[in-house]
Design a protein around this ligand. Structure first.
Ligand code: MG
Ligand code: MG
Length: 255
């Protein structure tokens, strides 16, 4: 089901999104060589708590997962694409980290992700992350009234493919509202002019996932949650929650 939000609801979602942005900013400031992923999760928990927000990630238990998700962020390092569990792993020089975070405030959800490097960045990682951001920007720019879901998918996919990167099969963005995952699916690749028409009041999470090696395959790591590349190459993941409005795309998960 696709829920069309009122302008008042979108304003409320903006506040939830702001909490997510604050959490991701704090996590990024904390991230450094030697810091554990669990410590990053603690930072995000603190921001959510202070804002009076809850986590849509914590205890989330889709039917394919062996255990409920135990944290408020996903922390996916290097060859991990998404859904990494924050462990006692200590960040190392040159690591590529993707952090996904959600917040629920006054009944509304925000969902966003960032990728960055720690310590001395490898040039190819910087390029991968820059391309992921460019794909997100292109996708958001296509989130306008009268366009279709396929236009967003096509915009995202074109940036990724032009740079020679892979796109994990079967993972997509989604509608966001009172729950984290709603209709419609927002694929990271698709045909322009196809799919559902975008209307004022639709709220979408657009989230490019890029695999440096160029293939689209992924595997589930031993923890049952983490999706990792099969070729061992690195991956990046960035995401914003965006409202489609008559005034153009409105990014809800910025500071
Ligand atoms: Mg997310
Ligand atoms: Mg999402």
């Amino acid at each position: 089901m696709v829920e069309i939000k009122t302008d008042t609801s979108v304003d409320a979602m903006r506040e939830a999104g702001r909490v997510v942005a604050r959490a991701l900013t704090a996590v990024r400031e904390k991230a450094a060589v030697g810091v554990t992923l669990r410590e990053l999760d603690e930072v995000a928990r603190g921001v959510l708590r202070e804002a009076g927000a809850t986590s849509p990630f914590l205890h989330y238990h889709p039917n394919w997962a062996p255990i409920p998700f135990p944290a408020v962020i996903c922390a996916s390092v290097n060859d991990a694409i998404v859904h990494g569990i924050p462990t006692d792993y200590r960040l190392r020089d040159g690591d590529l980290v993707s952090i996904d975070c959600g917040a629920k405030l006054n009944g509304w959800v925000g969902d966003s992700a960032v990728s960055f490097t720690v310590g001395r960045a490898r040039e190819q990682d910087t390029h991968l992350i820059a391309t992921a951001r460019a794909a997100l920007e292109a996708g958001m720019a296509a989130a306008v009234v009268g366009n279709r879901i396929g236009d967003i998918a096509h915009a995202v996919g074109t940036v990724c493919r032009s740079a020679g990167y892979g796109i994990p099969d079967g993972f997509a963005g989604h509608g966001v509202g009172r729950t984290m995952h709603e209709g419609p699916d927002v694929p990271n690749e698709g045909r322009p002019g196809r799919g559902m028409k975008l209307r004022h009041g639709m709220v979408l999470a657009i989230e490019p996932m890029l695999i440096a090696g160029g293939g689209d395959e992924y595997r589930h790591a031993a923890d049952g949650w983490t999706l990792a590349t099969t070729d061992g190459s690195r991956a990046a993941h960035v995401e914003h929650t965006v409202a489609v409005t008559n005034g153009g795309p409105r990014v809800l998960t910025m500071l």
